[in-house]
Write a protein that binds this ligand. Structure first.
Ligand code: AMP
Length: 558
């Protein structure tokens, strides 16, 4: 981040030392495009209308300016910033981000959402907070109880505003905004800009700076000849999934892009543990260290480079066959730039992206900008992997046979042939060769998840103020499947926990989820029938309220 490289740095954006320290510790090397564009006007106090999807770094784009303007170790009770967003998952995620960035400023951040005990939230408000991160339903509830004082709010952020409108929060948003000072700064982020959102923006934003992060006119047609594949993987399964994909692809030389230095270091270690010769490359290394790493890759003593964008800038590696995006890049331009490193001079290149279920929109945008289809596939199974490894063994045996010069081994085969059948002798030799290939046995189960088949957004009428914790209504027709989840009231399960777990682990959003019934020992939840298997797999693989649950289709009467 404090680098010799050209380009915009967090320092140049003028952020205070406490924030620079936190960002450095997190391993952020440079601001993402949306951060470069949004942070300066937001620090100045301008209103902002930003079109950006998850994965662009938009959270830091609005959180850093709020923290930049915050009085360090402030003592007043009432919050100076209010972030409104559609789901509990997002509330937790965004408040954690504020917390991480604002640690050295003593920022007091409170997530507020339905489905969590209100008493604790009341107590925290009572003892004083700087930033409230809330779902609209619960925020309004607290306002109505007189427990949330918005009189000092200097900044309101509406995050994933289109989702909030889709979930029927329009009136709640109006009511909440009415309780904040007119002089406030208003920031609105949304992945799409439907007309209803435009009118909300017109009413509540003053002369906003407009930022669109997916510039569709860029780069189309420049796309190199590259086979592009994306695998949808839950975050926790990414290291295993990457290992398996690499085993199948068997790249000659690959570069794996990560977002942060920490990720580069830990992934390098994981890959080395898996038998790859991986080298880390990031902005925290000296020029000499980098040169050494590049030398090893060029000389063939390393086959994988794990790098951040900053560190890989300007690198041109002749023999590179694969580019891997360990995360969906924060901007389509960065994707196009990364994969431009392969597929040169008529050779085929391969670009692989590991995407989390919730990143489907960003991937769609990238596909448009890159101007070439990205084929979405599920991670190879253990059986695929075995078949592929046997293939490789067969290929190397074939090569050895064609090469000839085997006479020196004849005596071994002939002496064994007295005792064993020739085919058996061959089988044993194949086994030895196969195992000598150094394959690590891999039988870890990687959950098979996919994006929601239809990620387009159907327009939908508001349904009054419902929180992610209240019982959601089913939207757009379509057959529903009822699932049995073996945790209920006794385990402290509330509807919001199920909505959170499902939306967090699959491509579904809150509005796809139907009726939820919580019983003493179990819960029933309706999901769209085509997504039922995906939801079952995802819920089985995750913890709900810290516990594993039995999940299956409900067989009881509807
Ligand atoms: P968001 O789009 O806000 O959900 O952010 C996506 C991910 O990018 C999060 O995991 C952030 O921690 C990470 N991130 C945000 N900004 C940066 C940055 N400048 N450098 C590296 N990672 C970042």
């Amino acid at each position: 981040m404090t680098d010799d490289q050209d380009g915009v740095t967090f320092e140049r954006l003028g952020l205070r030392p406490e924030l620079l320290g936190a960002l450095g510790a997190l391993g952020y090397e440079e601001p993402t495009p949306i951060q470069q564009e949004a942070i300066p006007p937001l620090v100045e106090g301008r209103d902002l209308l930003g079109q950006a999807a998850t994965g662009t770094g938009k959270t830091a784009a609005f959180a850093l300016p709020v923290l930049e303007r915050l009085t360090a170790h402030r003592r007043e009770k009432a919050p100076v910033a209010l972030v409104l967003l559609p789901t509990r998952e997002l509330a937790v995620q965004v408040s954690e981000a504020f917390h991480r960035y604002g640690k050295d400023l003593g920022a007091r951040v409170l997530p507020v959402y339905g489905g969590a005990p209100i008493v604790r939230q009341l107590r925290s408000l009572e003892s004083g907070v700087d930033v409230v991160v809330a779902t609209p339903g619960r925020a309004l509830d607290l306002l109505n109880r007189g427990s949330l004082d918005l009189g000092d709010v200097a900044t309101v952020v509406l995050d994933e505003a289109d989702e909030m409108l889709d979930m029927g929060f329009a009136e709640d948003l109006e009511a909440i905004l009415d309780e904040t000072p007119e002089t406030r700064q208003t920031v609105l982020f949304s992945a799409t800009m439907p007309r209803r959102l435009d009118s909300l923006a017109r009413r509540h934003l003053r002369d906003p700076v407009r930022i669109t992060i997916a510039k569709e006119q860029a780069a189309a047609g420049e796309a190199p000849r590259v086979r592009q594949t994306a695998y949808v993987v839950p975050r926790a399964a990414k290291p295993a999934a990457l290992g398996r994909v690499l085993d199948i692809e068997a790249p000659t030389a690959a570069i794996v892009f990560c977002r942060t230095r920490e990720e580069v270091d830990s992934l390098t270690e994981t890959l080395n543990g898996r038998g790859y010769r991986a080298e880390a490359l990031h902005g925290g290394m000296s020029q000499e260290q980098r040169d050494r790493v590049m030398g090893r890759l060029r000389g063939g003593t390393a086959d994988l480079l794990v790098a951040t964008d900053v560190a890989a800038r300007g690198l041109d590696i002749e023999q590179l066959t694969h580019v891997v995006n360990y995360d969906v890049p924060s901007a389509p331009e960065s994707y196009v730039h990364r994969i431009g490193r392969v597929g040169r001079a008529g050779r085929e290149g391969v670009a692989i992206t590991l995407a989390e279920p919730r990143e489907h929109r960003m991937l769609k945008t990238i596909e448009r900008v890159a101007g070439a289809p990205i084929s979405v596939q599920t991670v190879p199974t253990v059986a695929d992997l075995r078949a592929r490894r046997l293939d490789l063994t067969r290929a190397s045996l074939r090569e050895t046979l064609l090469d000839g010069d085997l006479d020196g081994f004849r005596v071994v085969v002939e002496s064994l042939a007295d005792e064993f059948d020739l085919v058996e002798v061959a089988l044993a030799a194949v086994k030895l060769a196969h195992e000598a290939g150094g394959a690590v046995e891999d039988d870890e189960e990687i959950p098979q998840v996919s994006f929601r088949p239809d990620s387009g957004k159907a327009p939908r009428a508001g349904n009054g103020g419902r929180d992610a914790g209240a019982r959601p209504r089913r939207s757009a027709g379509g057959p529903a499947a009822r699932l049995f989840v073996g945790l209920g009231r006794e385990a402290g399960i509330r509807p919001g926990d199920l909505v959170g777990a499902i939306t967090g682990e699959t491509g579904l959003t809150g509005r796809d989820i139907g009726a939820i019934e919580i019983h003493q020992r179990f819960a029933l939840v309706e999901v769209p029938a085509p997504a039922a298997d995906e939801v079952i797999r995802a819920l089985k693989a995750t913890m709900i309220k810290g516990r594993k649950a039995t999940v299956r289709r409900d067989k009881g009467p509807a």
